[in-house]
Design a protein around this ligand. Structure first.
Ligand code: G6P
Length: 505
């Protein structure tokens, strides 16, 4: 499908279909008011673009504005299939059920999830719309890969309409423990929705284990290792669904390329000069979200100034907080709190020449982000809970000079792979303060040893490898899956026998 699509294009038949809440494009307008589409920066689309081009692929998703019906179109070799959302859908399905029920519930109830039946009804209705669009786009026997918590009912809806498809699902955010998940009034429907997939991918092994435990406890179905024995409506064995950990990563190569560009390096120096050339630039980059631990970070930094362990002029914290979900109450509240706190810290500590916290409520182009990463001596990722946290990986990728230090919350998925970061529990403010100081004062040789090891990790494990591994596993035949099941059963038997032998007589 290389020609531009228009309304006359017959029902498309794609061999590979991605379904995500958002299309990977942003609308841009030129001076005359004409609009066009630009590829949104992001690892997922970069990783999938080559697969899309070689496999005749389409991306089903929302274009980001309400109440508009768009025809399918092509952008950068990918066929885009827009799914419309009304103002009320955005209100109930996106801001409501996705971001005020599921998001806080799946992030360990950092704020209280709200349960409303009208939100659930809308979630179901909109998931059906995405499933219908994917079913119409997919060719016979195609592979469909559904993304993230906004679309958990799509796998089952899709399988009902199109039993010929291979269906994958990937959850980009954490999956909570069964004790929390059990709060959800529609917990059975969500688990059944996910089990419509052949393969359900999670960031961490712990997320997959939480899901499997919920399936066993809440649905009462048989789980063996990573395999779920799904039954039909009459309770007869129907098929096997699998849950696996596939930690996502970044497009390391394109960040490395930008990092090695002299223009980026010059811009990094300019950023430091603009801050008054402090000895230490500390950086935070987050969507303005309560899961990110921005308040904890500000508290630690301001106490370090109060204690005299850091000094304004010597150290500056640059906090980029990109606007996010701005009509959701908890996000409005958080913004007010953060901005009040930053104002207080700066009011107390700034000098005429220097600022303590340079707070920026903006999004920046990717080139600028790479320059900022390079300009930062220490990066603070203090999330209270985060599926992965790609910013941590991007910071490492941008430091081709092996300089810099990463302070990383142990509650991020990234902490599994970046073992050589300065890992912290962000709730422990005393330890967070000590760790920030330790990272600032790390001897060059120690800092670059850690960086080198972490860089090796993300050079090998980039986002292209992530998607390849997921799709390879999804493509497994029934014979491979039965062989895996036999292997698991043999192992369980051997473990059991060994335990028996070791039991005191
Ligand atoms: C997280 C989610 C994504 C989501 C992104 C931005 O990373 O896992 O699914 O797209 O946040 O949030 P937004 O609500 O603006 O799409």
């Amino acid at each position: 499908m290389s020609a531009p699509l228009d309304s006359k294009t017959p029902a498309a038949a794609y061999d590979f279909v991605v379904v995500a809440n958002r299309l990977p494009v942003n609308r841009v307008s030129d001076d005359d008011g004409a609009t066009s589409w630009q590829r949104a920066p992001g690892g997922l689309v970069t990783a999938l673009a080559p697969v899309m081009e070689s496999a005749d692929g389409a991306w089903v998703g929302w274009a980001g504005a309400t109440d508009e019906e768009l025809e399918p179109f092509e952008n950068g070799g990918i066929s885009m299939v827009p799914v419309p959302l009304t103002e009320s859908d955005v209100n109930l399905y996106y801001e409501g059920f996705s971001n005020s029920t599921l998001w806080p519930l799946y992030h360990d109830v950092i704020v209280a999830p709200e349960y409303h039946r009208t939100w659930w009804d809308s979630y179901r209705k909109v998931n059906q719309r995405f499933a219908d669009a994917a079913a119409a786009a997919a060719a016979e026997g195609a592979t469909v890969w559904v993304q993230d918590y906004q679309l958990q009912l799509v796998p089952k809806m899709l399988r009902e309409a199109r039993p010929d498809l291979k269906i994958g699902f990937f959850n980009h955010i954490p999956f909570p423990s069964v004790d929390l998940f059990a709060q959800l009034p529609w917990r059975k429907r969500v688990l059944e929705g996910l089990l419509g997939a052949d393969l359900i991918g999670f960031q961490r092994p712990g997320d997959a284990a939480n899901f499997l435990r919920s399936v066993r406890r809440i649905l009462g179905v048989t789980v063996r290792g990573q395999q779920v024995h799904v039954q039909d409506a009459d309770g007869n064995p129907e098929r096997i669904a699998r849950a696996e950990a596939h930690p996502i990563s970044i497009d390391t190569e394109s960040i490395t390329r930008l990092a090695n560009d002299p223009k980026t390096q010059e811009r990094a120096k300019e950023i430091r000069r603009g801050l008054g050339n402090p000895d230490v630039v500390v950086l935070g980059v987050d969507r303005l979200d309560y899961t990110k631990g921005i308040r904890h970070r500000l508290k630690a930094f301001s106490e370090l100034l109060d204690d005299g362990r850091l000094e304004v002029g010597g150290a500056t914290l640059v906090q980029i907080a990109s606007p996010s979900r701005e009509r959701v109450g908890e996000y409005m509240k958080l913004r007010d709190e953060i901005e009040l706190t930053v104002g207080r810290i700066n009011g107390e500590h700034d000098t005429v020449a220097h600022t303590a916290v340079r707070y920026l409520h903006h999004s920046y182009p990717f080139e600028e982000m790479v320059a900022l990463f390079q300009a930062a001596d220490v990066m603070l990722v203090t999330a209270l809970r985060d599926g992965m946290n790609l910013v941590a990986k991007e910071y490492i990728a941008a430091h081709t000079d092996n300089k810099g230090a990463l302070v990383l919350s142990e509650f991020t998925g990234a902490a599994d792979q970046l073992k050589h970061a300065y890992q912290v529990n962000p709730h422990d403010i005393a330890d967070l303060k000590d760790t920030i100081v330790e990272a600032i004062n790390a001897p060059d040789a120690e800092a670059s040893r850690r960086m080198r090891i972490m860089r090796r990790q993300i050079v090998t494990n980039d986002v292209a490898r992530w998607s390849r591994k997921f799709l390879e596993s999804l493509a497994k035949s029934d014979a491979d899956i039965s062989a895996d099941a036999r292997h698991t059963a043999d192992k369980e038997r051997a473990d059991h026998d060994a335990a028996d032998r070791n039991r005191p007589q």
